[in-house]
Design a protein around this ligand. Structure first.
Ligand code: AMP
Length: 177
């Protein structure tokens, strides 16, 4: 990607202090989504970073990961699989609990979403502590999927989330803070 395009994407992300709670600097990606040429370049960049030209399934994580994951899946002519917060998927699921800073969270995936041996790329908007992505990777591995890597729009590298994703292929991010 041309450096000036990456600069434009970076400067279009809106930093919102103290959302959703005090002390969090929220990376609001909606201005990038709303700019036709920037969302297209972002999806291209997230795919290019992986070096992948074919994969069977792209898994996107609830909720902003659905946007990036589905666009990547369409571009790669892959299937799209949602990993959702507990209780949202209508069919039979496998689930996993994971620790948050305070308390726990649960995510689920449909039992028949990934067949054993299928290649899978994980996509999400933002890698923070890595707990959510690690939970999704756990579900993919349990289903017998072969994870070829993960691609994020943003990585908050100071939170060291990628350490939690070790052993699940390369981790890529378009923008690093
Ligand atoms: P984590 O499990 O800590 O890696 O958190 C990842 C999820 O939380 C991502 O899917 C993001 O949507 C969201 N998230 C965490 N921190 C931020 C932030 N500073 N700005 C925007 N979204 C965030």
């Amino acid at each position: 990607m041309a450096p000036d395009t990456l600069d434009r994407i970076r400067s279009t992300i809106r930093d919102v202090p103290d959302f959703p709670k005090p002390g969090i600097l929220f990376k609001d990606i909606t201005p990038v989504l709303a700019a036709p040429e920037l969302i297209a370049a972002s999806i291209d960049g997230m795919i290019e970073a992986t070096g992948i030209t074919h994969v069977d399934k792209v898994v996107g994580i609830d909720a902003r990961g659905f946007i990036f994951g589905a666009l990547i899946a369409e571009r790669l002519r892959a299937g799209f699989v949602p990993v959702r917060k507990k209780g949202k998927l209508p069919w039979q699921t496998r689930g996993v609990d994971y620790a948050l800073e305070y308390g726990t969270n649960s995510v689920e995936m449909h039992l028949d979403a990934i067949a054993p041996g299928e290649t899978v790329l994980l996509a999400d908007d933002l890698l923070a502590t890595g707990g959510t992505a690690a939970a999704a990777l756990h579900l993919i591995s349990e289903a017998g999927g072969k994870v070829v890597g993960s691609t994020f729009f943003i990585e908050l590298s100071f939170l060291k989330g990628r350490d939690k994703l070790a052993g699940h292929g390369p981790v890529h991010a378009l923008l690093t803070y």
